[in-house]
Ligand binder design. Structure first.
Ligand code: NAP
Length: 529
């Protein structure tokens, strides 16, 4: 059996940096990665229009000053190919590929109480043991394949936005059906519509979307930021969502403004573009009435963009805005003004089945050459639940998390010593800029391992009381906001049968402060042995 000091699962941004840090500590490490290259999310999500919704100068590593100075981003929001190039560049620069086993999917990770080692087995029959296992498996890495009757019978081309082929897909002259209207659909629909002869979108729930206002980056702006990069990074760490410090954020309350002031403020944030529309006022995530005003502002914009009022109405959400992740688009609503684009509201005419030639709703059969599932992911716990992870006494993680994930700090869970998660459930993760969140977790894990070694200790595992209190805390924070008021993937509500538990923790700075306090108090809440 192979043996390493540490095994990392996944070679996305989390796994890559984890490997780098563990090597710096002198730990022999192997990374198992299912794909043929690094990049994680950005390796798999290659659908047309895939682009980050956090600005490129911020959605990048900050651990190495030379790296952040030398890499050149071309647009305000980088496209998937550019982000993947960046990941490859980082892999080359730090020679990471030497310790990554590609095309290798982890099947199980089993702890031995006698030896204190974890044995990791891959689908390819590789078997390796190590004291430390770090799951860098991503928050949005397992596609949600909807269970639609007759799904297998469709004879045309089938795609999932989260598993897009590596070869170019050409929709020219084809009849295309897209199922779903989340971020992935909202980014890809305008581009698919330009190629397809006919595009039909099946919408279950309309989504709020603001213009991304993407544009090439000016050299002056890049120079300005790079001259004081650290300053921007530090200011970002003080933001609740961990990014956006260089744009105005208004902590004033929408409810305390006159209508004119409010509209002007919304308009400024709308024009600025992107997710920071939510920073227009301080009460938009907390107060239903304030939230409704933001929602109505966006609905007005949708009505102004879509020529057919009836269609505009169908595309207008009536739920709490920001409760699902806000989408950022480039011409999404305008696309419905095209003659070759049709919207099918499946609340009015439900999908009955997928047929050999297309989609049958309660009133018609829509024939397609290609079907695109833009149906999202089994978020945050999906990747972990697909690995057979067994801790003390052979207990599976799946069994432990039957009623929802339980972690301490989103980093570890009781009964699974030395098994770490990067941006696991119960950590800020998806409610922040992922890159700094990843860096903070990786550094916490690397420091904890170094601490164990320095103090001649073998294991770190949360105490039950600390985990219980943390689960309660994550819930309490969510309950103080409007987040739990809709059926989002944050709550697991998009996956039939998944327990309804708010998965991430809101508030990056408080979380980081808590982690620092835990360390300062000798890893308070963890049992070191
Ligand atoms: P998503 O937000 O979960 O959207 C999935 C869509 O598919 C929803 O419209 C959903 O409808 C629909 N759907 C799911 N199952 C269905 C079924 N059985 N029948 C009909 N419709 C069904 O997934 P996503 O668009 O891939 O985005 C997920 C997350 O990834 C985002 O929230 C974001 O965090 C990240 N992302 C970011 C970007 C970006 O802008 N940078 C781009 C893509 C993804 P319901 O709403 O009714 O469930």
């Amino acid at each position: 059996m192979e043996r390493r000091d540490a095994i990392v699962i996944g070679a996305g941004f989390a796994g890559m940096y984890m490997l780098h840090r563990l090597r710096q500590l002198g730990l022999s490490t192997i990374v198992f990665e299912a794909g043929t290259d690094v990049g994680g999310t950005w390796y798999w999500n290659r659908y047309p229009g895939a682009r980050c919704d956090v600005e490129s100068l911020e959605y990048s590593y900050q651990f190495d000053e030379a790296l952040q100075q030398e890499w050149e981003w071309s647009e305000r929001y980088s496209s998937q190919p550019e982000i993947l190039d960046y990941a490859r560049h980082v892999a080359d620069r730090f020679a990471l590929r030497d310790d990554i086993a590609f095309s290798t999917r982890v099947q199980s990770s089993v702890y031995s109480q006698e030896t204190g080692f974890w044995t990791v087995t891959t689908e390819e029959g590789r078997c390796c043991e190590a004291r430390f296992v770090i799951a860098a498996t991503g928050c949005l890495s397992v596609p949600n394949e909807p269970r639609l009757p007759g799904k297998e019978s469709f004879a045309g081309e089938v795609y999932h936005t989260g598993r897009w082929p590596h070869e170019a897909v050409d929709f020219t002259g084809k009849r295309v059906g897209v199922i779903g209207t989340g971020s992935s659909a909202i980014q890809s629909i305008p581009l698919i519509a330009e190629q397809a002869s006919q595009l039909t979108v099946f919408q279950r729930t309309p989504n709020y979307s603001v213009p991304a206002q993407n544009a090439p980056l000016s050299p002056e702006l890049v120079q300005r930021i790079k001259a004081r990069y650290e300053d921007l990074r530090e200011r970002n760490k003080l933001q609740v969502i961990g990014f956006g410090a260089r744009h105005p954020r208004n902590d004033g309350f929408a409810m305390e403004m006159t209508e004119e002031e409010r509209e002007a403020q919304f308009e400024r944030h709308w024009e600025q573009g992107g997710l920071l529309f939510g920073a227009a006022f301080g009460d938009l995530f907390l107060d239903q009435e304030a939230n409704s005003l933001a929602a109505e502002f966006v609905r007005k914009k949708i009505r102004s963009k879509v020529n057919d009022p009836e269609l505009a109405e169908k595309l207008s959400p009536d739920s709490t805005i920001f409760c699902k992740r806000l989408c950022a688009d480039s011409g999404y609503f305008e696309t419905y003004n095209r003659d070759n684009v049709t919207l099918v509201d499946i609340n009015e005419t439900p999908v009955e089945s997928i047929t050999e030639s297309g989609v049958r709703t309660s009133v018609a059969e829509h024939k397609f050459d290609c079907l695109v599932y833009a149906t999202g992911f089994d978020a945050m716990t999906g990747a972990l639940s697909r690995i057979d992870i067994r801790g003390r006494e052979g207990r599976t993680l799946k069994d432990k998390w039957l009623e929802g994930p339980k972690t301490y700090l989103g980093l570890e869970t009781v009964g699974f010593p030395n098994f770490f998660m990067v941006t696991g459930p119960g950590s800020p993760s998806v409610l922040t800029n992922m890159l700094p969140s990843i860096e903070q977790h990786v550094e916490f894990i690397a420091d904890a391992i170094a601490y164990l070694r320095e103090h001649d200790l073998r294991e770190i595992e949360p105490e039950q009381s600390a985990e219980d209190a943390w689960v309660e805390h994550v819930n309490e924070v969510a309950q103080g906001t409007l987040y739990p008021t809709c059926n989002s993937w944050y709550l697991g509500a998009n996956i039939p049968g998944k327990p309804r538990v708010f998965l991430p923790l809101l508030g990056f700075p408080d979380y980081v402060a808590k982690c620092q306090e835990v360390v300062a108090r000798g890893y308070e809440g963890f049992r070191l042995s």
